[in-house]
Design a protein around this ligand. Structure first.
Ligand SMILES: [Zn+2]
Ligand SMILES: [Zn+2]
Length: 168
C-alpha cells in the first residue's frame, strides 16, 4: 500500500515523491513534484480516480504550471513499494497510454499527463469494459473466421488472455 506516511522514491527519476491529500477520496497519492511529474497509485487508489468525473483537483493544482524533468518512458521501472519489476501495459486496445504496473502489489505508475489521458480515454469505467468486451468478441470472431485447423481454440484463448492483461 502506498497510502502510508513512508516516503517513496520515484521509479522513473529516483527523486523522493510528495504526498498529495485528496479531500474527496480521503487518501494520499504520491506525486513526483520535484522530478518528473509521475504519479504512483496503489490498486485501491487507482479505481477511485481513474474516471473523468472523479475529482482530482488537488493533483491538478499541484502540477499546474510546473516544469518537470523529461524521463525515458520506455525504461523499465522497479516498483517503489515492493521492489518488483513493473510491467508496461497499454491502457486499452486502442493503445492509449502505457502504464507501469506491479503484478506483485498492484501498484501503478503513470508518467506525467498519463493519468489525465487515461481518464479521458473513455467516458466511464462501464464504457472501458464495454469497449474491451467488444474487442474480445472481435478476436473470437476473427479466430472463428480462420480455418479451424490453423488457429486452435487454445491460442484463441491465449489471445484473449493476452489482450485482457494488456487492457488491465
Ligand atoms: Zn520522477
Ligand atoms: Zn509493487
Amino acid at each position: 500500500m502506498s497510502d502510508t506516511l513512508d516516503e517513496i522514491i520515484c521509479p522513473a527519476c529516483h527523486k523522493p515523491m510528495k504526498k498529495i491529500y485528496l479531500e474527496t477520496q480521503k487518501f494520499n497519492v504520491d506525486i513526483c513534484l520535484d522530478g518528473c511529474g509521475g504519479i504512483y497509485l496503489d490498486n485501491r487508489e487507482t479505481n477511485k480516480i481513474d474516471e473523468k468525473q472523479e475529482d482530482i483537483t488537488p493533483i491538478l493544482e499541484a502540477v499546474i504550471n510546473k516544469q518537470f524533468e523529461k524521463v525515458d518512458v520506455t525504461a523499465k521501472r522497479i516498483c517503489p513499494v515492493c521492489g518488483h519489476l513493473m510491467v508496461k501495459n497499454n491502457s486499452s486496445h486502442l493503445g492509449g497510454v502505457q502504464i507501469d504496473e506491479c503484478y506483485n502489489c498492484g501498484g501503478k505508475f503513470f508518467d506525467k499527463d498519463e493519468l489525465i489521458k487515461f481518464r479521458n480515454e473513455f467516458e466511464s469505467e462501464e464504457d472501458r469494459i464495454k469497449a474491451f468486451n467488444e474487442y474480445s468478441k472481435s478476436i473470437v470472431a476473427s479466430a472463428n473466421a480462420e480455418f479451424l485447423g490453423k488457429k486452435t481454440y487454445g491460442s484463441m484463448i491465449n489471445d484473449i488472455i493476452k489482450s485482457y492483461k494488456e487492457f488491465n
